[in-house]
Design a protein around this ligand. Structure first.
Ligand code: NAD
Ligand code: TYD
Length: 339
C-alpha cells in the first residue's frame, strides 16, 4: 500500500518513515512536508536513498497542492504528523497553530473524502486532556477523559481531533486517532526539553528549568510511538481513539539531573526561570486499550532510552549543529534572555 506521511521531515514523522521502510518494505511512502523551522531533510537522508520513498515539499493547508498530490499519488493511507508542535511558540503566536493544526487537518480530511481513502490517521497528543494534579498519582488519562485544554497548541490539537471524529460520524470517513505522551529520541528538535538540555549541557550553558521543575511528563521512546501508530493503521478500529504512553513518569528536574549525571556536568548549570503561563502540571497515560486490543507494548524504558538518546546526540552533532541556524538562535534569545 501507499502511505502519505505528512510532517515526515520532523521528529516523530521522520522516525515513522524509517520505521515503516524497515518493517514494511513492500509499502511505499510519500512524505508531504512544508519544511518549516522544525523540518529537516537531513532527518530523511537514509530514506531518500530508498526507491520506495518520495518527498514533496508543500503545506497541508494549501488545498490546491494537497489535491494535486492526492490526484497524482493516490495514497491508501494518510498519517498526519504535520503540525506546529511547541507549546511555548503557541503562546507567542497562536494564529499559526490554528492555521496549520486545524485548517491544515481540515484540508487533508476533505482530500480524503474527495479522492477516497482506506484510512486517515490523526496523530494527536495527551495534552488535549489538560493536566492531572501532582499529588494524585493514582489518576491517568483514559480515552474517556474529557478534553480540557490549557495552551493554544493543545486547543488546536483538540479541535483537529474533533474535526477528524466529525468526518467519521458525518461522512463515514475511515479515521483513527492516537493520543500519545511526550516522546524523546533521535532527531528531536533542540527547542524541546530533552534535546535542549543535552545540547546546553554539552556547551556548559545554563539549563533553563521552568518554575520549580516539579511538572511531570510521561516519557515514551519515539520508536514505541511509531510501532503503536503502525499497529493502529493496520489493525485499529475506525472511529476509535487510542491512548499511547509508557508509564515512565518523571519530574522535569529528574530528567535534567539524569542528563547532567550522564554527561558528567555539575548541577550548578541548572537555572530556574519564570514558569510557562498555564503550565500543565502532570501528564500520565492509561494505555490499556491499545495494549489489549492490538497487543502493543513499549519496548524501551526511560532509563535505557535516555542513555541511548544522549549517545545519539553525542554521535550526531552535525545534525543538530545544522539545525541551530540563525532563526532558531533568535528564538532562543527571545525566549530565554530576560526570563
Ligand atoms: P516537529 O515540530 O518535530 O515536526 C513537525 C513537522 O511538520 C516538521 O517537519 C514541519 O516542517 C512540518 N510542518 C509544520 N507545518 C506544516 C504544514 N503546514 N504543512 C506541512 N508540514 C508542516 O513535531 P513532532 O514532535 O515530530 O510532532 C509530530 C506530531 O506528533 C504533531 O502532530 C504533534 O502534535 C504530535 N505529538 C508530538 C509529541 C511529542 O512529544 N513531540 C507527543 C504527542 C503527539
Ligand atoms: P516540552 O519539551 O516543551 O514539551 P511539552 O510542553 O509539550 O510537555 O517541555 C517538557 C517539560 O519541560 C514541560 O513541563 C516544560 C519544561 N521545560 C523547561 O522546564 N525548560 C525548557 O527550556 C523547556 C523547553 C521545557
Amino acid at each position: 500500500m501507499k502511505i502519505l506521511v505528512t510532517g515526515g521531515a520532523g521528529f516523530i514523522g521522520g522516525n515513522f518513515v524509517h520505521y515503516e521502510l524497515d518493517h514494511h518494505p513492500e509499502d511505499s511512502i510519500v512524505c508531504l512536508d512544508a519544511l518549516t523551522y522544525a523540518g529537516n531533510m537531513e532527518t530523511l537522508r537514509e530514506a531518500l536513498k530508498n526507491p520506495k520513498f518520495s518527498f514533496v515539499q508543500g503545506n497541508i493547508a494549501d488545498r490546491d497542492a494537497v489535491y494535486a498530490l492526492f490526484e497524482q499519488d493516490k495514497p491508501d493511507v494518510v498519517v498526519n504528523f504535520a503540525a506546529e508542535s511547541h507549546v511555548d511558540r503557541s503562546i507567542e503566536n497562536p494564529g499559526l497553530f490554528l492555521q496549520t493544526n486545524i485548517a491544515g487537518t481540515g484540508v487533508l480530511l476533505d482530500a480524503c473524502r474527495k479522492y477516497g481513502i482506506g484510512r486517515f490517521h490523526q496523530v494527536s497528543t495527551d495534552e488535549v486532556y489538560g493536566d492531572l494534579p501532582l499529588e494524585r498519582t493514582d489518576l491517568f488519562f483514559t480515552e474517556e477523559t474529557p478534553l480540557h485544554t490549557s495552551s493554544p497548541y493543545s486547543a488546536s490539537k483538540a479541535s483537529a481531533d474533533l474535526l477528524t471524529l466529525a468526518y467519521f460520524r458525518t461522512f463515514k470517513l475511515p479515521v483513527t486517532l492516537s493520543r500519545c505522551s511526550n516522546n524523546y529520541g533521535p532527531y528531536h528538535f533542540p527547542e524541546k526539553l530533552i534535546p535542549l538540555m543535552i545540547i546546553n549541557a554539552l556547551a556548559d550553558k545554563e539549563l533553563p528549568v521552568y518554575g520549580k521543575g516539579e511538572n511531570v511528563r510521561d516519557w515514551l521512546y519515539v520508536e514505541d510511538h511509531c510501532s503503536a501508530i503502525d499497529l493502529i493503521i493496520r489493525g485499529g478500529r475506525v472511529g476509535e481513539v487510542y491512548n499511547i504512553g509508557g508509564h515512565n513518569e518523571r519530574t522535569n528536574l529528574e530528567v535534567v539531573k539524569t542528563i547532567l549525571r550522564a554527561l558528567n556536568k555539575p548541577e550548578s548549570l541548572i537555572r530556574y526561570v519564570t514558569d510557562r503561563p498555564g503550565h500543565d502540571l502532570r501528564y500520565a497515560i492509561d494505555a490499556s486499550k491499545i495494549e489489549q486490543e492490538l497487543g502493543w507494548k513499549p519496548q524501551t524504558m526511560f532509563d535505557t532510552g535516555i542513555q541511548g538518546t544522549i549517545q545519539w546526540y553525542l554521535n550526531n552533532s552535525v545534525w543538530w549543529r545544522n539545525v541551530l541556524d540563525g532563526s532558531y538562535r533568535a528564538y532562543y534569545d527571545r525566549m530565554y534572555k530576560y526570563r
